[in-house]
Design a protein. Structure first.
Length: 305
């Protein structure tokens, strides 16, 4: 049991809320920081004395500083998948990431975990991947011992990844694939990534980068066939060129909740697998769950078995 406070920026998100739970299980007190704290109140039983929800916009220096006051640790799990107005990849993944790191340093926070993504690269031609790479660099410049966690694409019971695939496979007799379905993926279970972050906060003291990927690497087509087999579906998978997806995503982004974004299309063009040179789940003593294990639970939840 420890009484140390960890502020989780994005603590109401898909990954963030699991991070909050795992930190609590490790005995931390958690400050859930997001723009809509009522979300936190709904997601967690806030009569739980270890949890406290605060309204924070990471674009706003004052609210970031307040959220970090007296904290032992901080996790930045804020996302932006489609740019909209002032919310750009640069403003969120670079400027605000730097703001969180600088304010954490100023507040005397001992450990900072910055959540990035596999393949983050400041020299990439893809705007999103480049901004994730630049974000890592500015975070380390502002907080030298920041720990970077790069998850592969994540799945979980309430995810947008496998759930969408499952629903579409169930509804569409013909399933449009990204390109020829050759992109390699190593999906990671969101709870394993959350546990990795909790363990890192508990033990790690120096700058290190973890890459967190699941136990299996699939081509996108193999993954679709695997999910379809588990759900006892027999879809016809049709390759669709990336250029066509890109055009579709451009129009889709005009919607309030775009079903596909150009950023997602770009990400599906590059392999999303961990480097064997980088530490990951193994070094943290975590044996990651497979897609198949969690899929059975998802199928029951969606009454598909
Ligand atoms: N999901 C994946 O498969 C995946 C894979 C690799 C890496 N990642 C990375 O993992 C991290 C978490 O992703 P996720 O999928 O869990 O994201 P998510 O579900 O979209 O959650 C985002 C969280 O950030 C908060 N947020 C957004 N803008 C904010 C702002 N301006 N100020 C404060 N809070 C803000 C949101 O709450 P409010 O809207 O209430 O503010 C929410 O709590 C991101 O860095 C993402 O790039 C995700």
């Amino acid at each position: 049991m420890n009484d140390r406070i960890v502020t989780v920026f994005g603590g109401t998100g898909f990954l963030g809320r699991q991070v909050v739970r795992h930190l609590c299980q490790h005995g931390f007190f958690v400050r859930i920081a997001a723009r809509h704290p009522d979300q936190g109140n709904r997601l967690f039983a806030l009569d739980e004395p270890k949890l406290h929800s605060v309204a924070v916009d990471i674009h706003d220096e004052r609210s970031v500083a307040d959220a970090l006051s007296g904290a032992f640790g901080a996790v930045n799990a804020v996302s932006l998948y489609a740019e909209q107005g002032q919310e750009t990849f640069h403003s969120v993944h670079v400027q605000s990431a730097e703001r969180v790191a600088a304010q954490a340093h100023r507040a005397g926070v001992e450990r900072l975990v910055h959540v990035s993504g596999i393949g983050a690269d400041a020299t990439s031609p893809s705007l999103y991947i480049r901004k994730r790479g630049e974000g890592e660099l500015v975070v380390r410049a502002a907080f030298a011992d920041a720990i970077l966690v790069r998850p592969a694409v994540m799945f979980g019971l309430d995810d947008a990844f496998l759930t969408t695939i499952l629903k579409l496979l169930g509804r569409l007799p013909i399933y449009p694939m990204f390109g020829h379905g050759l992109t390699r993926l190593q999906p990671a279970y969101v709870e394993d990534v959350a546990e990795a972050i909790a363990r890192v906060l508990q033990g790690e003291t120096h700058a290190i980068t973890y890459e967190c990927g699941g136990p299996c690497i699939y081509s996108y087509e193999e993954l679709l066939r695997d999910v379809a087999r588990e759900a006892r579906l027999k879809p016809m998978l049709i390759p669709i060129p990336f250029a066509a997806w890109y055009a579709l995503a451009w129009f889709a982004e005009m919607l309030a909740r775009p079903p596909v974004t150009r950023n997602q299309v770009e990400l599906m063009q590059v392999d999303n697998v961990t480097s064997p040179m980088m530490p990951g789940f193994g070094e943290l003593g975590i044996s990651p769950h497979s897609v198949e294990e969690i899929l059975q639970r998802m199928l029951r939840r969606h009454s598909l078995v």
